[in-house]
Design a protein. Sequence first.
Length: 322
Amino acid sequence: MFARGPQQLDFRRKRLPWVDELRYAIEDHVRAQPIDVAERARLRQRLFQWMGLGYVVLERAIEPALIDALLADIDEVMANHRDHSSLILSDKYDHVPIRTADPQFFFGQRMRFVDLHHASVAAKRISLHAQIVDFVRHLFANDVVMMQSLTFLEGSQQLLHQDHAYVFSGNPAHLCASWVALEDIDPRAGPLTYVPGSHALPMFDWGNGIFRQSGSTATEQQFAEHIDRHCREAGLERLTFCPKKGDVFLWHAALAHGGSPVLDRSLTRKSYVTHYSVPQTYTRHYRDKTRKPVVERINGGLVYHDPTDPKNENRLRRAENG
Ligand SMILES: O=C(O)CCC(=O)C(=O)O
């Protein structure tokens, strides 16, 4: 038994069952926010879902006009690719400026733009959309910095993986990502696939720890098999995300996800991914960690300018006043 204080009107926080400790941490955080009842209810629901399942969906969060501005930027870069230095990654090209690539390989090679947000103000405004920044800020109870972005025109068909192994934020636990549908996604176009609750599986050993880096001896296939086996053993089910244009899927650093098979190769699957962390650990742009970055703020979120290509920054200004 313990002595009861005269003013004690709550359970003693230090004596809670462990499961209630987590619940109270969320309740305390939500209660402390200066927001109205509806927002409070939404935030509570999202934080509990994040804790249990490792993802949340923000339906129709991104305005169609902002998405259309990004789609127009993509069209412009592809139509005039010789004038643009944005990087692409595909089965054919490994992080090369699009100006050096052959347009016949823009489709059918799982191509994606890497960090198109440097050129495109629309992309930056999507990455740091107020609804996304607001939620990620709650997750980390901290400022939010975007790290890198990927723009897909077709299904990636990527193996099941967890991002902490690839995206280095300085603290792998302070990492999350958003996936924005730039169009309505057809189930035959290779939608995003994910495993709710998989963010606490035993971690994969690449031969030298939890990150894929030089000296890692394990393969991506083994990584996928490890995740798949542990999901099956835990009874976790794989789902697909077939969103409407403007829907956002936010996932935890360790949520297992990938790209499902493309069943109809004539279909596009336009989507936009951003990774986030906090500025205390992700302090420099990953392309040149020796230079102090120029920092831009959008909706309170931070983005570091590309120190290696300043002329490309904010070239495509369609969404500047949006
Ligand atoms: O969009 C996809 O198909 C997969 C994206 C993904 O896995 C990632 O960006 O980490």
